[in-house]
Design a binder for this molecule. Structure first.
Ligand code: HAM
Length: 532
């Protein structure tokens, strides 16, 4: 009997099903409407990029880059990288002949594929690859020759085992640093891709600020929990250009809060901070490091490590015992240079001008390296520990770091999964209209008429469910009810003969007899009414 396996979505990923998917659609549609009202345009970027792009922008030492990215080697065949992993991880034990012949087989497949790929031009013919393609197979043969000799004579064990192990090491040495193609990663965030696209497409030559939004999935290998997934979705916004006027920051934040208002995300809290720039932050970081070293013994292991790697991240700590110590640390707001201080106070004035409520949070440093000056985050209720529904900030200089012209930038990303969770938990998700009309037809003469009216209603924008098989009216109406249709359109031979339709409102069972034109007019005005 064939083995049956229950396939499941990969851990940390999930399906979004109707009717939830309609809420997602509405959420993203509302984002588009709001952003377009602020004159933003959509950018769609690839889901994978060169790994180095993320390492350079988000930062090599950040959690995202150092441990959370899904990486792979990009070339015509994923076979080579998979076998390379096997050749390093598989047991290579002299006293197990099976292990030896598997190694030899893997080596032959690897060498064959390597040669084929170089021949096809899918892989560069580097001296290292050419050498590996030549030397691997003889090493594999030598491996099993020594094993077989030992099995046959049970003699010279030490000598043969040493030679076997040396050959395994030679195989590993030959393949360790082979360039098997481009290193790529599934995007963990969108800002790096948008900057790459901005440079690659020469978008700096466009007039004014380049205002973009990007909607789609992101990938991080984090420990899954409520509000934290390995494939999650972001609604991302970026403004790139020559100006770093605080009014841009404030307008971006205004747009974000307006969007949250429109989707009914209530009880949000906006936190803002300035983390200075390359002129003032290094001295502050050093000062912080000094202070942290003095209290090192009272901090947990994570914070202790961060004193040296990234002291700012200690301010992010949620460890209860550390809170009292953190409260006594020097604050960046007292160490900003004049230009950054002025930028931050202007930002606060601009926010006040727009009537935006915020809380200054000196500990808001964010976990990505590219930020300068303004940082902000929005938290929402009902999400437990993963309560940040949006994070953002300014990243002047990032485009330049990636090889583009000097450019200022600011943006944010909303975590769609969390925002929708919060909206649903608060019960403020809209009741979206389901299928409008269920066509309950009976009798073969009624079927062509049912097809005809279904098409006309659909053309008029009404959502129609037309059963493909004949059913008794009772069963049909029961199904219409279960499907949540607003109306059943009853169409039997009598209706066909009299060229009328019976429209039954399922909520209160009220029935109307209508001619075709009246029916269309009624349902169209009803549709406009419910969707308005
Ligand atoms: P971020 O703070 O890493 O910033 O992510 C933004 C938001 O994405 C978070 O506030 C959260 O709502 C959501 N998020 C992050 N990781 C997960 C996850 N594993 N599961 C569910 N939701 C998650 C950025 O990504 C920056 N690129 C934002 C930005 C744009 N800054 C400037 N421009």
């Amino acid at each position: 009997m064939a083995e049956t396996k229950q396939f499941r979505a990969i851990k940390g990923t999930r399906d979004i099903l109707p009717p939830d998917s309609a809420v997602w659609d509405w959420f993203e549609r509302t984002a588009r409407e709001v952003f377009e009202s602020y004159n933003f345009g959509e950018i769609r970027t690839p889901i994978f990029e060169e790994t180095r792009l993320f390492a350079r922008s988000v930062g090599q030492e950040t959690d995202i880059v150092s441990k959370e990215m899904y990486r792979f080697e990009l070339h015509g065949s994923s076979l080579l990288s998979a076998i390379r992993v096997e050749l390093f991880e598989r047991e290579a034990w002299f006293h197990n002949p099976q292990a030896g012949s598997t190694l030899d087989w893997l080596i032959r497949v690897f060498a064959g594929e390597l040669r084929d790929m170089m021949q096809r031009g899918d892989l560069a013919r580097t001296p290292e690859s050419v050498e590996a393609a030549e030397k691997l197979e003889p090493l594999g043969q030598a491996l099993i020759r020594d094993q077989k000799e030992f099995e046959a004579k049970k003699d010279h064990a030490d000598l043969l085992e040493d030679r076997f192990n040396a050959n395994v090491q030679s195989v590993r040495h030959l393949i360790r640093h082979l360039d098997l193609g481009e290193q790529v990663a599934l995007r963990p965030e969108a800002t790096a891709s948008v900057c790459r696209a901005y440079i690659e497409n020469g978008m700096h030559t466009r007039p004014g600020n380049v205002k973009l939004y990007n909607i789609g999935p992101m990938f991080r290998r984090e420990r899954p929990q409520k509000g934290r997934y390995r494939q999650f979705y972001q609604v991302d916004v970026e403004v790139l250009g020559q100006s770093d006027a605080p009014g841009i920051d404030a307008e971006v934040i205004e747009m974000l809060m307006e969007f949250f208002r429109r989707v009914g995300l209530k009880k949000t809290k906006l936190h803002v901070n300035s983390i200075g720039d390359k002129n003032c932050r290094p001295a502050y970081v050093e000062l912080l490091r000094e202070k942290l070293r003095q209290v090192k013994d009272r901090l947990g292991a994570d914070s202790q490590r961060r004193i040296e790697t990234n002291p700012l991240r200690v301010l992010d700590s949620k460890v209860p015992e550390e809170q009292e110590i953190i409260a006594t640390l020097p604050r960046i707001s007292e160490h900003l240079c004049d230009a950054c201080r002025e930028h931050f106070s202007q930002l606060k004035r601009e926010l006040a001008l727009r009537g935006i409520q915020y809380e200054e949070n000196w500990r808001l440093v964010r976990g990505l390296d590219y930020y300068t000056r303004t940082t902000f985050e929005v938290t929402a209720e009902g999400l437990g520990s993963q309560n940040a529904v949006c994070g953002g900030g300014r990243y002047d200089g990032l485009v330049e770091l990636l090889g583009g012209p000097p450019t200022k930038g600011i943006g944010f990303a909303i975590g769609t999964d969390r925002a929708i969770l919060s909206i649903q938990e608060a019960g403020s998700a809209p009741k979206l209209p389901g299928s409008g009309v269920y066509v309950a037809w009976m009798g073969q003469a009624a079927y062509p008429a049912a097809i005809g009216i279904a098409r006309k209603l659909r053309e008029a924008g009404v959502s129609v469910e037309l059963p493909a098989e004949e059913m008794k009216f009772k069963k049909s109406l029961g199904l219409a009810d279960k499907l949540g249709a607003r109306y059943a359109l009853i169409l039997g031979e009598d209706e066909v003969a009299s060229k009328t339709y019976t429209l039954k409102r399922l909520a209160d069972a009220e029935q109307m007899k209508l001619r075709e034109a009246e029916l269309l007019e009624y349902l169209e005005s009803e549709r406009r009414g419910t969707r308005a």
